[in-house]
Each structure stands twice: as structure tokens, then as C-alpha cells.
Design a protein around this ligand. Structure first.
Ligand SMILES: Nc1ncnc2c1ncn2[C@@H]1O[C@H](COP(=O)(O)OP(=O)(O)OP(=O)(O)O)[C@@H](O)[C@H]1O
Length: 265
């Protein structure tokens, strides 16, 4: 049971016209955990992530990130926080006109004024961290496979050495092997860097492979948040269809939650 997390959301309210997306939503993300967020299409996963990132201003509520009240922070505090948050948007969101290296360098150029040589060395280091050789640095993004694009996007999200990593459906569009490789990479990187990870996904395999806890969004709030194994037994109809359907059952058989796997060994 998590008390107040390093990310703490209280009474979040998000409404677009008549569309009430979040109502009195509470959520805590513990330092150093991988929290996955699931829910039906339109349940508000992306809006929640964008609210925490400060990209969407909620209608009401309170969001604290490492003690900073996001909705009342001044611009300097926001910039400081922004630098501590790496983001991997859906489909990687890389610039196709730029090379791999130029894409990874972008946040550095935006936030720091490092000498070009140091910046490049740092970017190459991040590419190696995500399993890409420096040989791809000058390649155009268009020449990359889907899996490589996700890795480049991850390297870019890590370039400012963030404490928090936010990912929106990172395995969407990957084949099962590519998705599995990405999940393994995510866990390795998260452990190596001690990141706090907020991951939005539809991928039930990913949930069992990477999550410390899963939050299910339904009825405009967090219906349940717990380990994947416990959430899978929740009686809610959507949860049962999702976790106990054929894909959910297969994922549970194929799983071994990485942390538990070590502890159980
Ligand atoms: N900028 C916006 N203006 C108006 N409505 C919006 C806006 N952003 C999101 N919404 C609405 O908010 C609801 C939640 O959207 P959101 O993208 O968070 O859902 P989601 O759970 O991420 O869905 P999916 O799984 O399909 O990606 C949807 O009904 C969407 O149409």
C-alpha cells in the first residue's frame, strides 16, 4: 500500500464540454516503481498523463511531483520539473527530417548549453544504453525499424537524466518479439537508473512483464491500483474481460514479474 507517492494526484477533475473524463480521481506513484495505467478507450489515460506532465491544465484538483504543487508552481519550478521528466510519446514522435543523433540531442539543445562535443558524447552514450550502436547515429529516422524508433525515442527521453519516465503505449505497433524486447529494455533501464515510471498501455503482456503496480481507470477515476496479479482478480466486468480473456490468461501464464522472479528464485 502506497501512502503519498512521489507523484500524488488528488481530486483530479477533467472535463471537455459535456464530456466529464475524470471526477475526484486520486492516484499515487511511489518512487522507483513502474506503475502501468490501463483502461478502456477514452477512459482518460492520456489526459491523466498529460495533466501530470503539465501539458494539460485540469479543471480542478491537485498534482504534486516531488513536493512541488504543479498547478501553483511558478515558471522556474515548472522548467526544473520538466527537466526531470522524460517522455516517450505514442509512435515515438521523432522528427523524420532529422538524423537519429539530432533527434536525441534535441532536449539537450533546448535545456542545456553544453559544448557540441560533450553533447554528442552524451547522446551516443544514451544510444548505447538503449542497445543501439553509434553506427546508426547519422541514419535518417525514416530508415529505422519500429523497434529502433522506440529505442531512439527512449534515448531521447533519457538524455537529460530524468528521475521520472512517462511512456504512452510504447509497444503499440511492435510485433510480439519487438514488444518483449522493449519491455525487457525498459525494466533494465528503470533498474539501472532508479527511475519512477508512469506507463500507459493496452498491452496485457507488458503489464505482467514490467509493472510493479497497475492502475485501472474506469468510471472517471482509478477503480483499483495494485499488483497485476491482484488486479486480475478484481470482479469488475471490464477488468475480468481484459485480464481473464484469452490474451490476459496467456499473459499471466507467460509472465514472471521481474522483481518477484528474483525474489522467488
Ligand atoms: N483536447 C481535448 N479536447 C476535447 N476532448 C478531449 C481532449 N483530449 C482528450 N479528450 C477526450 O477525453 C477523453 C479521454 O481521452 P484520452 O485520450 O485520455 O483517452 P485514453 O484513455 O488515452 O484513450 P485511448 O486508449 O483510446 O488512447 C476522450 O473522450 C477524448 O475525446
Amino acid at each position: 500500500m502506497v501512502s503519498k507517492g512521489i507523484i500524488s494526484v488528488r481530486g483530479l477533475h477533467n472535463q471537455f464540454g459535456d464530456n466529464l473524463v475524470h471526477e475526484q480521481l486520486d492516484l499515487d506513484v511511489a518512487q522507483g516503481e513502474i506503475l502501468t495505467v490501463v483502461g478502456g478507450s477514452g477512459s482518460g489515460k492520456s489526459v491523466l498523463m498529460r495533466s501530470i506532465l503539465g501539458l494539460h491544465r485540469p479543471s480542478a484538483g491537485q498534482i504534486e511531483v516531488d513536493g512541488v504543487d504543479l498547478l501553483r508552481a511558478d515558471s522556474e519550478q515548472r522548467v526544473q520539473l520538466e527537466r526531470r521528466m522524460g517522455v516517450l510519446f505514442q509512435r515515438g514522435a521523432l522528427y523524420s527530417s532529422l538524423t537519429v543523433l539530432e533527434n536525441v540531442l534535441l532536449p539537450l539543445q533546448e535545456h542545456l548549453s553544453l559544448p557540441a562535443e560533450d553533447a554528442e558524447a552524451l547522446a551516443l552514450m544514451k544510444l548505447r544504453l538503449v542497445g543501439l550502436s553509434s553506427a546508426v547515429a547519422d541514419n535518417s529516422v525514416q530508415s529505422l525499424s519500429g523497434g529502433m524508433i522506440k529505442r531512439v525515442a527512449l534515448a531521447r527521453a533519457l538524455i537529460l537524466e530524468p528521475d521520472f519516465l512517462f511512456l504512452d503505449e510504447p509497444t503499440a505497433g511492435l510485433d510480439p518479439i519487438g514488444a518483449n524486447d522493449f519491455d525487457e529494455l525498459l525494466v533494465t533501464v528503470q533498474r539501472a537508473l532508479g527511475l519512477t515510471v508512469f506507463l500507459v498501455t493496452h498491452d496485457v503482456d507488458s503489464i505482467f512483464k514490467v509493472s510493479d503496480r497497475v492502475a485501472v481507470l474506469a468510471e472517471r477515476k482509478v477503480l483499483v491500483v495494485d499488483t497485476p496479479e491482484r488486479v486480475a482478480t478484481h470482479p469488475d466486468q471490464w477488468i475480468q474481460a481484459y485480464f481473464q480473456g484469452p490474451r490476459g490468461r496467456a499473459a499471466q501464464q507467460g509472465k514472471r514479474h521481474p522483481v518477484n522472479a528474483e525474489e522467488d528464485a
